[in-house]
Design a protein around this ligand. Sequence first.
Ligand code: PEP
Length: 254
Amino acid sequence: MRKKIIAGNWKMNKTFDEGMALVSELSNMVKDEYNGSAEVVIIPPFTHINAISRMVAEISNIQVGAQNCSNHASGAYTGEVSAAMIASCGAKYIIIGHSERRQYFNEHNDWLAKKVDAVLANNLTAIYCCGETLEEREANKHFEVLHAQVSEGLFHLTKEQFSNIVIAYEPVWAIGTGKTASTAQAQEVHAYIRNLVREKYGVDVANHLTIQYGGSVKADNAVELFSAPDIDGALVGGAALQSRSFVDIIKAMK
Ligand code: PEP
């Protein structure tokens, strides 16, 4: 059975104290209310990772991640944070290629491929994001765009390395907009991505690959989304900023 992962991407939200308060509530609620199979991943700003990793160290189904990392290992890159630094703070996951990084920081697939390498070189798992814009979907170009994002960002990896990859399908038109892809739309794309991976790496790698959906996931659409055969969890933005709404999404994954 493949791993189910519900990750909460806080983006640039929560001061340190606010973040600690949220994790304290969230971890108590997960302990008290959740006995399902999913792993929960908290993805705060860099500044909070070490403290949160310590807070959840004893809770086996909660892990911590980062929202980005440098493609360089170390050196004169002012303002950057390396994957090794993130690993040393206790994180296990790093998001690579979130649409906000692609859009506002001009990160392209070839650049992201190097970041994926940095993640894997530090024995962490990359949550590699892909997804089309509204314009691309309306022009019926979404499969073409997804093919390029997935193949150019990931297909230089070996079969062994691919076991440390999670893919998050996040249609740009559904992120932070309140518009969710229908379950049928998401399932169609997830099956397409899994098939691309099957063609490249074979059936075992494809069957073990966790593919998350992201884009306005809420407790009231999560149950239906998670019932689709190729949807293995969620990457959640806005609804991860409150413990109740995030835990209700987690509980939708049995
Ligand atoms: C995200 O940032 O990855 C995301 C899916 O955001 P939201 O849930 O707010 O749409």
